[in-house]
Design a protein around this ligand. Structure first.
Ligand code: SR1
Ligand code: MG
Length: 411
């Protein structure tokens, strides 16, 4: 059911773009293309020439993992291109350079990230990335702050919102898959461990959880707080020993900042629980320790950077600086901390919802699916579900990232 890569067509396309052909160098018959995509939605090619390489994403008019029976707009590459342009403006070192987008052939060409690997693959092999937390915290603070009303004049912000408002089909996938389908008996749900049957039945009868998740869905539907990546899991991040590149912005939309933050924390926690099930390398205890300290450093680093940006780059129409001079300065600083406390609470809610849908829904992560021992996998998934439920239904019980990691350890 999956599309056959048409390499000839792809190379023809690159040959027609002088800047891309120059980047590859040599003649067309010296170029080689290899399909490297491991995601659910698209085909991805690495193309090498004598002078350099590019990465080309092809969006078929359906979901790759399902085939033509699940149609999906190929226009998604246009939203991805827009988000790359906008996020790279603010977080350049962490976002690959977009080189070309073809709205007719639905091909997006971006810088090839030499020496990088998909983070989820590295994690399942037992790797740790000591620079990751600091870099991703900066990426998150800068992309979210600089696309928000704290940094942008209202006119520019509204214009940007309107450029992402029609990414409807991609947003609907999230609305359905994260907030709805897993809480119902739905044909797309497919948890991997039969031992979880009763847990799933319980979850689908859990009114408190359904209410909490519906509140989050309402936030996802109505918030226009910042331009989100929209699917910030560890499969959307390329890493090397000392750098990272965030890819796959096709779900980009204006929405609640906690959605990106919560998704990333969810996947770090999923990696933590999966490591306990033994799918990792020999030193899994060390990796687990690193994963939890990364969870803390991501949130704490984000909070520090975001606060600094707000103190020094508040050029937007939210919280007009003219209102907060003299004695009001301290009140504004207290307000910043209140804002970030609230954002932490929202982040935990989205984190829980993302974990649940990755255990019970269509898009199960390799962290779990690569655990071959069904009983151990079920134990890890059950621990994940227990933490996720607590985060989603009672997020205010956690005041700090250290509270969150303590709960993960105890789960
Ligand atoms: C049909 S797409 C399934 C999932 O894969 C992507 O990574 C998104 O997370 C989406 O929800
Ligand atoms: Mg993706």
């Amino acid at each position: 059911s999956v599309v056959e890569p048409d390499i000839t067509k792809l190379l023809d396309h690159l040959a027609r773009q002088p800047a891309l052909a120059r980047r590859l160098g040599g003649a067309r018959d010296q170029w080689s293309a290899r399909e490297i995509g491991d995601g659910n939605v698209n085909l991805v090619f690495a193309v090498h020439g004598p002078a350099g390489a590019v990465c080309v994403k092809q969006a078929p008019p359906y979901v790759r993992a399902a085939g033509p029976s699940w149609p999906l707009t190929p226009q998604r590459v246009l939203f991805e291109h827009r988000a790359l342009v906008e996020h790279r403006r603010h977080a350049g070192p962490y976002v690959p350079e977009p080189l070309h987008v073809d709205p007719k052939e639905h091909l997006l060409t971006v810088e090839y990230l030499e020496g990088h690997t998909v983070m989820r693959g590295g994690l399942t092999a037992g790797a740790c990335y000591p620079h990751f937390a600091g870099q991703v915290a900066r990426y998150l603070a800068r992309t979210l702050f600089f696309t928000s009303d704290l940094a942008l004049p209202a006119g520019r912000k509204r214009e940007l919102v309107s450029r992402f408002e029609t990414n409807t089909a991609m947003c609907q996938i999230m609305e359905d898959m994260v907030f709805t389908e897993v809480f119902l008996p739905h044909p797309r749900n497919r948890w991997t461990s039969p031992e979880l049957d009763e847990d799933v039945e319980r979850l689908q009868r859990d009114i408190e959880l359904k209410l909490a998740v519906s509140r989050l869905k309402q936030r996802y539907l109505t918030s226009r707080d910042a331009l989100l990546h929209g699917d910030l899991h560890t499969g959307s991040i390329m890493v090397s020993e000392d750098s990272l590149g965030v890819i796959d912005q096709e779900f980009a939309c204006y929405g609640p900042m906690g959605f990106d933050l919560g998704t990333l924390l969810a996947h770090l926690l999923i990696a933590y629980f999966a490591a306990a099930a033994g799918a990792r390398g020999p030193d899994r205890a060390a990796q687990q320790g690193w994963l939890l300290s990364t969870v803390e450093q991501v949130w704490d680093g984000f909070r520090t950077h975001f606060t600094e940006l707000w103190r020094h780059h508040a050029d937007g129409d939210g919280y007009p600086p003219a209102l907060f001079t003299g004695a009001a300065t301290a009140a504004l600083e207290a307000e910043r901390q209140r804002y970030l406390d609230e954002l932490f609470t929202e982040t935990l809610g989205f984190c829980g919802a993302e974990i649940i849908r990755r255990v019970v829904g269509f898009a199960r992560p390799a962290d779990f699916t690569t655990v071959t021992d069904s009983a151990r996998r079920a134990a890890a998934e059950r621990r994940s579900l227990a933490l996720a439920r607590a985060l989603t239904t009672a997020p205010t019980a956690y005041r700090s990232a250290a509270d969150l990691t303590a709960a993960a350890r105890d789960s």
